[in-house]
Design a protein around this ligand. Structure first.
Ligand code: IYR
Length: 222
């Protein structure tokens, strides 16, 4: 049996109710301004900003604290071009018949198609890979638990961290995504989970005029 972790004090100070409410409101306002962006500026983004966002993502809770994620951050133009070409090849197939009519109808209001210029314009592509298993310090295989949930939470924190830093992103999931494992030379136990183009929004970028569901449509109180 593994040893139980030693414990340390949890040093986050309790707030007054008023301060909790003020902070909750301020964070909501910040996050409510976030939108998925498909038009990026080619203005460079310092690697240090991307590093802090990945570090924030990696604070996510995870099954048995296995932290089953790898973030591959790509800025090399040649690699971005290969990713764009492979993604567009898959997306051409998808939009050209692989997606059901119902799916295409659901997507129609977003105005998306197989073309993904943002995969070259955005200064960074960050690909989140989900690790089905990892290795113990002695090199033996160790199964990971709740991998999808853990990576989903990490993705959410990543998106919040980028937005907080004034950066735009998009949860791009070209399907199938295996080409990312090949281009980025990831081991077989890692599956591509989400591809995030990361950059400043283009000057004059626009987004669909979407409304979010009101609170009473997403929350139930008992
Ligand atoms: N992966 C495709 C299709 C797509 C699917 C959903 I669900 C979206 O919300 C948006 C797009 C693409 O990226 O175009």
């Amino acid at each position: 049996m593994a040893d139980v972790h030693p414990t340390v004090p949890y040093a986050v100070e309790p707030l007054t109710e008023a301060e909790s409410l003020a902070r909750a409101e301020a964070f909501f306002e910040t996050m409510d301004a976030r939108r998925s962006v498909r038009e990026f500026s080619d203005r460079p983004v310092p690697r240090a900003v991307v590093e802090r966002a990945i570090a924030t993502a990696s604070t996510a809770p995870s099954g048995a604290h296995m932290q089953p994620w790898t973030f591959v951050a790509v800025s090399d133009p040649g690699t971005k071009r290969r990713i764009r070409e492979a993604a567009e090849a898959e997306e051409r197939e998808s939009y050209g018949g692989r997606m059901s009519d119902e799916w295409l109808e659901a997507l129609a209001p977003l105005g998306t198609d197989w073309r993904k210029p943002f995969l070259e314009t955005a200064p960074w592509l960050v690909v989140l890979f989900a690790q089905r298993w990892g290795r113990r310090p002695d090199g033996s295989k160790r199964k990971h638990y709740y991998v999808q949930e853990s990576c989903g939470i990490a993705a959410g924190l990543f998106i919040a961290a980028l937005h907080q830093a004034g950066l735009a992103t998009l949860t791009h999931t070209p399907s199938p995504m295996r080409f990312l494992s090949e281009i980025l030379e990831r081991p077989a136990q890692e599956a591509p989970f989400i591809l995030f183009p990361v950059g400043y929004p283009a000057k004059g970028a626009s987004v669909p005029d979407l409304q979010r569901k009101p609170l009473d449509a997403v929350a139930v109180w008992r």
